[in-house]
Write a protein that binds this ligand. Structure first.
Ligand code: ATP
Length: 234
């Protein structure tokens, strides 16, 4: 069995006195897409925040290439090669499309992704490169957020709520772009509320419920009944 690229080990997370994650174990192997599914409040975003250093945890609770990263800051985690496309995009609204993308590239990591390649992936961003992020549709903003993450040439990219609030045609174009993104050898974690989409794109799925992993397995082996039970607790 190869070593996972990223792993969490009995990961707990707290907001003050409130415990949001309880002993979460996940593995992501090189070149793999995994999906995290679960109802609102299950802890998916908290898991993403714990991995990317936005939420502090024990040093050994998160490892990347076997090295402990649980106590690193978000910028240190990013430099190691983990990028997140956050829920709600979180672009610099007054900056242009191009400026937002360039910020992603300032990590100084070498790799195939640069402005030209992002524009090739999402041609509409090239047309709109000079307009401020505020002038973009939600779908275009999501493309900038994905492009910004790619510009850091990560080894692992985390998508939090990849299709939330977007029109079906935009969701399709983002999903259509995934094979090219992952084709370069990158690994991905996709947080998705649309279970069918998650199962289609990911090799393995983790389901979360009330801060715990309630089910894990290969997408092609999990039954609808198993997923409903793990998702809704019924
Ligand atoms: P959603 O789909 O709604 O984003 P989620 O699965 O991503 O849900 P989280 O956002 O990780 O869930 O929330 C997990 C739990 O932690 C919830 O009970 C939520 O209310 C709580 N929580 C999240 N953020 C905070 C915070 N900043 N302070 C206190 N509690 C929080």
């Amino acid at each position: 069995m190869p070593e996972p690229l990223l792993a969490t080990h009995c990961l707990d997370a707290h907001y003050g006195d409130f415990q949001a994650l309880f002993g979460v174990d996940i593995d992501v192997f090189e070149g793999e897409i995994i999906a995290i599914i679960g109802a609102n409040g299950a802890g998916k975003t908290t898991l993403m925040r714990s991995i990317t250093g936005l939420l502090a945890n024990g040093s050994d609770m998160v490892t990347f290439r076997k090295g402990p990263i649980g106590t690193l800051r978000a910028d240190q985690v990013a430099r190691l090669g983990i990028a997140m496309v956050p829920e709600g995009r979180q672009l610099f609204q007054s900056l242009s499309v191009e400026e937002n993308l360039i910020i992603g590239g300032q990590m100084g990591r070498k790799g195939p992704w640069d402005l030209a390649k992002v524009f090739e992936l999402f041609p509409v961003l090239k047309e709109r490169r000079s307009v401020p992020a505020t002038a973009l549709s939600g779908g275009q903003q999501q493309m900038v957020a994905i492009g910004r993450a790619l510009m850091s040439n990560p080894e692992l990219i985390l998508f939090d709520e990849i299709s939330l609030g977007l029109a079906p045609i935009i969701i399709k174009s983002i999903y259509d772009a995934l094979p090219e993104i992952i084709g370069g050898g990158m690994s991905a974690v996709i947080v998705e509320q649309d279970i069918a989409k998650a199962l289609r794109v990911a090799g393995r799925v983790y389901c979360m419920q009330e801060g715990r992993i309630s089910l894990e397995g290969r997408s092609d082996e999990l039954s609808r009944e198993q997923i409903s039970a793990a998702y809704f607790g019924v």
